[in-house]
Design a protein. Structure first.
Length: 168
């Protein structure tokens, strides 16, 4: 997955709309379905937990289906991109201990994966206004730059491919 610059204002606006729409749909769907089921199949004991649970499950599955169906719509472009980027970065993060050890040994693929992780994290944190840990990221990037210079490696995030992680 390549790193691209996206419009922060458009991303935030669309993400907020998607979140609010999902919350409203979950509330309305769960209540509507469960109340309909309770009216159709009343329980003499007064416990309707199973109908309420079924309403929530049906609503959640429907919302998931709709989000997946419309993921390629232009409105969802930035939201889906950030979601997929977070998944890609999570794959790198899970292997970070092995990557750091290999990077100290001069493994070019490890250095490249770490560069991708740092660049992607910087992009995400700027989009989400999460600048608290930027200083830590700058220190990690400086260490990575030092290792790259030591091993005379030019790191370009465009060269990163997820298949590089299989060796770690």
């Amino acid at each position: 997955m390549q790193l691209i610059q996206i419009n922060k204002a458009r991303y935030r606006r669309h993400l907020n709309i998607v979140i609010v729409a999902c919350i409203v749909a979950l509330l309305a769907g769960a209540l509507g379905i469960s109340q309909t089921l309770i009216a159709l199949f009343p329980d003499a004991s007064g416990s309707h937990f199973h109908w309420n649970l079924l309403g929530v499950v049906i609503s959640a599955v429907t919302i998931g289906f709709l989000l997946n169906k419309y993921r390629h719509h232009d409105f969802m472009l930035e939201v889906v991109y950030v979601w997929e980027l977070k998944q890609a970065l999570n794959k790198v993060t899970r292997k970070m201990l092995k990557l750091k050890a290999a990077a100290k040994q001069g493994n070019i693929d490890a250095l490249l994966a770490m560069q991708y992780s740092y660049a992607g994290s910087r992009l995400l944190w700027q989009l989400d206004d999460n600048t608290i840990v930027m200083d830590d990221l700058a220190l990690a990037q400086a260490e990575l730059d030092r290792l790259a210079a030591h091993y005379n490696v030019n790191l370009n995030v465009e060269d990163y491919n997820e298949t590089l992680l299989k060796q770690f």
